[in-house]
Structure formats: structure tokens, C-alpha cells
Write a protein that binds this ligand. Structure first.
Ligand SMILES: [Zn+2]
Length: 843
């Protein structure tokens, strides 16, 4: 059998009876998978991974089989083709990998407990039961689960339980669905439930380590999201319930299992009395994302993993469409502009990046295509571009048609474009193919040449790029009628600039609204014209100017020194997204400086000047009736002021700390991380460090935990840093799901960089064994590359990672990161002096 053949071509399951008996004490799984389906050939293959198979029967007769671990398969020889019932008995170990069926650990009053849950995407259903583990192999499932059950424990799954017999829990048969979306969980849980207008039961489930009120926010958002989607898609939610479950150990952010969505606790549970707005927004968008998938992904599923973007890009756009509709005051698209848009623009500028649509076969490669900046952020940005071309009416009617045509089945990108094309009359596929099939994006240069306003497109690179003359079909969204709606040429003259400027009465702009995936390089004349009227620009336009300039500087098309003098004027803005974008540039400038150098002092003075007036205006504590912008920008402004060592800001933080000494969790959540970090930084001691570490282990509030983690990792004491690193492999203190965050924070601390980097190199094998089967693994390399920017580190990075370049799933990441670090080293070397001069003289 050729390796590239999908198993579904050999055997097409229609129904599974799955019996699984799980024993937590012995850490074993014992099961029987009975699959009814249509055998297309005599020799078929069923997926398995890490399973011990004891017998295989087909239509009641024992048949020959062999385990083929290289292909994660059981090879089976049938007596005949056609309708066949295959029964497979197996056992497997229950392991702590956060994949397949796995335990999550938590404590109640010091007593250790377990909650068993599942994570099957992308290819881990085969670790739980033998199956044709491919998205196209949709079937119905009847689950029967037994476990070493204790009083007070409950079990939930995709569908409602229908009866219990001899300790076995039987669940209603599912609708036709893909294996990677099957889910169940059991243990001691609390839950809260409500019902949508259309009668769908909504529930939130969590361990009893949490306060009951922590479930309320998610319950409300989940209910209103399902109601929103039923209306927006004009397609009913097809299952009787939608359960949301928080798992204490969870590798990804959340997982859209049909009817039983699983989450990291941080994204589902929050204290309604003390949680920052930004944390609430994050949780709400994650919930809305997973619930968008219940239709887009679950009801209609991509045919194969190459169209993963169909699922993820779409859900990533819809999370904002949904939250914008149900919480309009949040202006959630602004969050899109400071998170998804820059993430996509940053990574997509590095040569060697994957395209959104990408060919993939090997399971290790499938996991590696879950690149959050590309498949999620860039894909969402492309769909936002489509949405603004089509308008919502055509989008909705196209989607309804798409769901009607493909529900309970699979689809490809082409199917979506044709549905949207029918609804809008536009050739959507033609425009989108240039964006989906090609990696990267263009920079559009706008200049006045011999009096003529001229635009041209060229691929934009940060670092070395091999320009092969790619061209895009660019929705220009210009404010001048002379510019075409879609720009397809390499170069175009729009007309006499003076005349165009006079008749328009406003400066020339491209990509108004920042919804198209390109950046603009205006010549000085055009840029100054825009900046002269910057008080007339809305906040997204201001953000866009800063963001494009930053990228152009990273791509060495302009100098960073040119941006520095612009920052003070944007520092006055009361928009949180302009403020966030400005401080992001300030963060980049820090890379030009050696820690504790005289230059760093100038820089701190500069940052203090940028933040001073806003600190005075905002203060530490929220004011009654303050704007959402003020709430959201306060932490960034205070953080800058603390970095600059503003004495008043430090004293104020210490005062807040002292006032709340009896219960630090009560400090307002938005400023809590800053107060604790400042305390550690300016008044820290070994005792304080120990105290924070204890609090970290005790609390079950994820946002408080994050604040403590930030404070602990900000210590400048190398003995204490060693203590942190000693806990990296201790899952009782630092959960594997949180390790990357800890690692990043220590690496990002100049006093911890050497130790964290040493730890990574010494423990690479351990990391591979622990999180290697998981899509998070490669992101450890991404984290390192995002921080390193010196020639010494580049050399060490090369020495360590180049020998690993052929590891499946790592190749692309290592190549891109070598290029990325190299580009930073070169940029800093060539511009260091002019940037420092600009900082010294900026007013
Ligand atoms: Zn998703």
C-alpha cells in the first residue's frame, strides 16, 4: 500500500460502537472499537498509535492483522470487500502527554485529584481507539465508557448520556462527524447551565477547585454566542447541548469538540469581581472562536488538513464578528488590529514562511502547520478582506448556501469561494488564490515621480528574501478615486499629483481601515502630507502609520531613527491601540541598547517623557465612568513608567502593595501584575520571592497566577533565577501547559537569559519527549528567536539548532528563525548609532 494513500480510500466507516474502560489507578485503557463500514479493498488499514491490539474480527470471523507503527496503522486482511463490521480489542497506557485520553491534575484542600479529558486534534483519536482518523472519514459514534468511578463523579461527552448499566455509561449516537472532534471527560465537576432562545442547553463545567461564580461569565458569553451564530448563519445549532469544560492541564488554548468544547482554565473561568477587561475580552473571543467552529469545522469539516485554514481562519474572523455584535461597546475589532494584524504582518514577512493553504501529509507536519500567525491571524485577515469586499448580506447568504450544501460532510476552499461567489457575483476565488497559495505579502510604494502619483507592488521581506516577482490582487481601499479597486499590476501611474490632491482635498492614502493584508511605503512628500493632518486621523489610521513604519524599518526600507522623533506626538493619543502600537516600537528600540549602559539611561529618560503626562492623567486606580480606552491603556502606560524608573510611579505601586498586604489577590486585576512586579523589582528579597511562589501554587485564579508568575520571573537575583529554573520540570509546581510562558519570561529577563538558554539546550530531549507530540513544541524555538538579537546568540542558536534542521516539523521553523535573528543582528549593527542619537535628541 502506498504511504500517501488515505486510509479512507480503503475503508469507509459509517458507524462506530466504542467501548472504553479507563483505570486511573493502574493508568490503563482497555477497549473495543466496533466499526461498521464499506471495504473498498481486501487489504485495509485502520489507524492506531501506542495501542496493543489483541484481536481483530471482521463480520464475526477472526482475521489476520499486523501492527504497522511507522504508519500508525493496523494492517488488516479481509476475506471480502463491501459492507463489513470490524471489531478490534486493544489496551493502551494512560499517559500524561495532554494528547489522546489523559489526566488533568488539581488539588482541593491539599488533596490531589484527577479529571480525565480528551484531546484528539489532529491525529490523537487513534491513541484512544482504533479508527480511520482522517477528517473526511465522517461517521456516527455510540460511546460507552466505564471507569474506576467514585461517588460524586460525573461524565460528559459530545451527546447526552442515555443510560448506565453495570457501571458503563452509554451516550446517544452522535450525528455524522469526524474522529478528531469526539470527546468525553469525567471526574469531580461542578457546572452551571442555561438554555438558549431556541432550546439548546448551554453548560459550563469545571473542577471544584474554583468558586462557582467563576463559571458565570463564560455561561453568558457561550449562550449569547450560540444565539448569535444561529441567527448569523441562518442555520440551527444541530446538537441538544453545548458544554464548555475547563481542563486544568491543556496544551492548546481551547478545542472545538462538537458539543463538548474544552478549554484552558484561563480562557473559560474568571472572577467576575476582579478581572481586567482585557482578560475578559480574551476569554470571550476564545469562547466565540470555538463556538463558531460548531458550524464551520464541525458541521462542515475540511476534507483534508491542507485546508485547515478553512476552519481556523474562519473561526478567527468570526470570533470578532460575534463579540462585536454581542458586546458592541468593547470595539473588539481594535483588538484585532493590535493582535492578529501585527502577528500576521510580522511572521509573513520572513522568507520561507508557509502559505495559508499548504500541502501536508505526515502527522508531524500536520501539527506544524498550526502556525497561529499564518493559519489563524493571516487567514483571518484575508477573510476580513473578503468580508469588506462582499459585505455582510452576501457573506451570510453565501454561508447559508455553503452549510446547506455540505452539512454533515466535508468541503474545500473552492467550495466556499463558489458559494460566496454565487451570493456576491464576484470571482472571489480568483482574488483570493493569489493570497492563499502564495506565502508573504506586498509592500505598496506610493510616490510622486516627475509630478505623477505612482504606485507599485513588491514582496515585503524582513531579513534575507528571495524575490521571485510574486504579485497579488490587492484590494487597495484608497481614498482617491483614481486608484483602482483591485490593483493587479506591478506598477501604475494614477495621474498628476497636484491635480489629484487639489480635487480630493485630503492627503492620499491606501488601505484605509487597514483591512487588506499589505503595508504602504509613502515617499516623504506623501507621508508628511498625512502627518501634517494627523489630528484628523482616526485611531486605526494612526496605528497603521506607526505599524507600517515599524515594519519598513525592520525590513530596512527606512531607518528606525526616522520613527523615533514621531513617537512623542503619538504619545498624546488617548486611544489604547495607538498607545499600544507606540510602546511596541519603544520595545523594539530597547534591542538597540546594551543593558545597564549609559545609552539605556537616555532611553529611560525618553520613555519617561513619553509616558509622563498619561500617567498623571490616568493614575493607578480606575475612575468611575472612565472610557474603555483609558481602562485598556493604563497598564501599558504604567508599565512604561515603571521601566523608566519614575520614582513617583514606583512609590505609588509600593503604596498599593502595602495597603493590600493582607490579601494581594484583591489588588485590581488590571494593575496587579505591575504592582507585584514593581515590588519584586524595587523592594524584592528572597522572602518575597518564596511568598509569591507559594501564592502561585495555592491560587486557582489564572489571571492572578499570571501576575505572580510575571513578578517571580522579574527578579534580578541570579540565585533566585536558578531556583525558578529548578522547578521547570516539576509538574506539581509549574504545569507543563504553563512552562513555555515561564521559560519565555526568564529568557526575556537580561539576568535570566543565559540560564534559561542553557536549560533549554540541556533539556531539549526532555522537552521533545514531554511536548514533542504536540503542536506547542516548535513554538519554544519561536520564543527564543523572538528574543535573541546579538551576534553571540545567533552563533549559539545556529550551533544548537542547525543539526536539528531535518527533524520533521522543525525544518521550516529553524530556517525562518535563523533568518529572523540574523536580520535583527544586522539591523542593530548598521543603525545602532543613528538610533541612539535620535533617542538622545528626541523632544
Ligand atoms: Zn480554532
Amino acid at each position: 500500500m502506498s504511504e500517501s494513500k488515505h486510509f479512507y480510500e480503503l475503508f469507509q466507516p459509517s458507524h462506530y460502537d466504542v467501548f472504553i474502560d479507563i483505570n486511573r489507578q493502574n493508568k490503563t485503557i482497555k477497549g473495543t472499537s466496533t466499526i461498521t463500514g464499506d471495504a473498498k479493498e481486501n487489504k485495509i488499514a485502520i489507524h492506531q498509535k501506542y495501542l496493543k491490539v489483541s484481536s481483530v474480527e471482521a463480520n464475526g470471523k477472526v482475521v489476520n492483522f499486523s501492527l504497522d507503527n511507522a504508519n500508525e496503522a493496523i494492517q488488516i486482511e479481509l476475506f471480502q470487500t463491501g459492507q463489513t463490521v470490524i471489531k478490534i480489542d486493544y489496551t493502551a497506557p494512560l499517559t500524561d502527554t495532554m494528547m489522546g485520553i489523559y489526566p488533568s491534575y488539581f488539588q482541593i484542600n491539599g488533596e490531589k485529584k484527577q479529571l480525565i479529558g480528551t484531546q484528539f486534534e489532529t491525529t490523537a483519536a487513534r491513541q484512544a481507539f482504533p479508527c480511520v482518523d482522517e477528517p473526511e472519514a465522517k461517521a456516527t459514534f455510540s460511546l460507552a465508557i466505564k471507569f474506576d468511578e467514585q461517588p460524586g463523579e460525573t461524565i460528559i461527552a459530545n451527546m447526552p448520556e442515555n443510560h448506565v448499566e453495570n457501571g458503563v455509561h452509554y451516550f446517544d449516537e452522535t450525528l455524522r462527524m469526524s474522529t478528531y472532534l469526539v470527546a468525553f471527560a469525567f471526574g469531580e465537576m461542578q457546572n452551571k447551565q442555561t438554555t438558549t432562545k431556541s432550546g439548546v442547553k448551554i453548560g459550563v463545567f469545571a473542577t471544584k477547585a474554583h468558586q462557582a461564580k467563576e463559571l458565570d461569565f463564560a455561561l453568558d458569553i457561550a449562550k449569547r454566542s450560540i444565539e448569535f451564530y444561529e441567527d448569523f448563519y441562518q442555520t440551527p445549532y444541530p446538537l441538544p447541548h453545548s458544554w464548555q469544560l475547563a481542563l486544568p492541564d491543556f496544551s492548546a488554548g481551547a478545542m472545538e469538540n462538537w458539543g463538548l468544547v474544552t478549554y484552558r482554565e484561563a480562557y473559560l473561568l474568571l472572577d467576575p469581581d476582579n478581572t481586567s477587561l482585557s482578560t475578559k475580552q480574551q476569554a470571550a473571543t476564545v469562547i466565540a472562536h470555538e463556538l463558531a467552529h460548531q458550524w464551520f469545522g464541525d458541521l462542515v469539516t475540511m476534507k483534508w488538513w491542507d485546508d485547515l485554514w478553512l476552519n481556523e481562519s474562519f473561526a478567527n474572523m468570526m470570533e470578532y464578528v460575534c463579540i462585536d455584535a454581542i458586546e458592541p461597546d468593547w470595539h473588539i475589532w481594535e483588538l484585532f488590529q493590535i493582535s492578529e494584524a501585527p502577528a500576521a504582518l510580522q511572521r509573513d514577512a520572513i522568507d520561507g514562511v508557509q502559505s495559508v493553504h499548504v500541502q501536508v501529509e505526515d502527522p508531524a507536519e500536520i501539527d506544524s502547520i498550526f502556525d497561529s500567525a499564518i493559519v489563524y491571524a493571516k487567514g483571518a485577515r484575508l477573510l476580513v478582506m473578503v468580508r469588506s469586499l462582499l459585505g455582510d448580506d452576501a457573506l451570510r447568504s453565501g454561508l447559508k448556501q455553503y452549510f446547506d450544501a455540505h452539512k454533515y460532510h466535508n468541503a474545500t476552499g473552492t467550495n466556499l469561494w463558489s458559494a460566496l461567489g454565487d451570493a456576491s457575483g464576484l470571482d472571489v476565488g480568483k482574488i483570493m488564490n493569489s493570497w492563499l497559495e502564495q506565502p508573504g505579502y506586498p509592500v505598496v510604494s506610493a510616490s510622486v515621480i516627475d509630478g505623477q502619483l505612482t504606485i507599485s507592488q513588491k514582496q515585503f521581506f524582513v531579513g534575507n528574501g528571495n524575490d521571485i516577482g510574486r504579485k497579488w490582487q490587492i484590494p487597495l481601499n484608497s481614498n482617491y478615486n483614481a486608484a483602482p479597486k483591485i490593483f493587479t499590476e506591478e506598477k501604475m501611474v494614477l495621474g498628476n499629483y497636484k491635480e489629484l490632491r487639489k480635487s480630493a482635498g485630503i492627503p492620499f492614502r491606501l488601505n484605509v481601515g487597514n483591512n487588506s493584508h499589505f503595508i504602504v511605503n509613502y515617499d516623504d512628500q506623501l507621508l508628511n502630507d498625512i502627518l501634517d493632518e494627523d489630528n484628523k486621523l482616526d485611531s486605526i489610521s494612526q496605528l497603521q502609520i506607526l505599524q507600517d513604519l515599524r515594519l519598513l524599518a525592520e525590513g530596512k526600507q527606512i531607518s528606525y531613527a526616522k520613527i523615533v522623533p514621531l513617537l512623542p506626538r503619538f504619545a498624546k493619543s488617548n486611544s489604547q491601540i495607538v498607545s499600544a502600537t507606540m510602546y511596541r516600537i519603544a520595545d523594539k528600540l530597547e534591542e538597540f541598547l546594551v543593558p545597564d549602559s549609559p545609552e539605556e539611561k537616555y532611553f529611560k529618560t525618553f520613555i519617561n517623557r513619553l509616558s509622563f503626562d498619561q500617567v498623571k492623567r490616568l493614575g493607578w486606580q480606575p475612575k468611575d465612568n472612565e472610557t474603555i480606552d483609558d481602562q485598556l491603556m493604563r497598564p501599558g502606560v504604567l508599565n512604561a513608567s515603571l521601566y523608566a524608573k519614575n520614582p513617583q510611579t514606583i512609590t505609588d505601586a509600593h503604596q498599593i502593595y502595602t495597603n493590600q498586604l493582607s490579601d494581594l489577590s484583591k489588588i485590581s486585576a488590571a494593575i496587579r501584575p505591575l504592582v507585584l512586579m514593581s515590588e519584586m523589582d524595587n523592594y524584592g528579597s528572597a522572602e518575597l520571592f518564596e511568598q509569591f511562589f507559594k501564592l502561585y501554587q495555592k491560587t486557582s485564579d489564572a489571571s492572578y497566577k499570571t501576575a505572580l508568575q510575571l513578578a517571580i520571573t522579574s527578579t534580578k537575583d541570579s540565585a533566585l533565577i536558578t531556583k525558578i529554573i529548578d522547578e521547570f520540570k516539576n509538574a506539581d509546581v509549574i504545569k507543563p501547559q504553563d512552562l513555555r510562558g515561564w521559560f519565555r519570561n526568564v529568557l526575556n529577563n537580561p539576568k535570566g537569559e543565559q540560564a534559561a538558554w542553557g536549560w533549554l539546550r540541556d533539556n531539549w530531549q526532555w522537552l521533545e519527549d514531554t511536548v514533542g507530540g504536540d503542536m506547542e513544541f516548535t513554538t519554544y524555538i519561536t520564543v527564543v528567536a523572538s528574543i535573541f538579537h546579538t551576534s553571540k546568540r545567533l552563533k549559539e542558536f545556529k550551533e544548537f539548532f542547525e543539526p536539528k534542521i531535518n527533524t520533521p516539523g522543525l525544518t521550516r521553523e529553524i530556517k525562518m528563525d535563523l533568518n529572523l535573528i540574523d536580520s535583527k543582528v544586522q539591523l542593530i549593527e548598521s543603525e545602532k548609532e543613528s538610533v541612539i542619537e535620535a533617542i538622545k535628541t528626541a523632544r
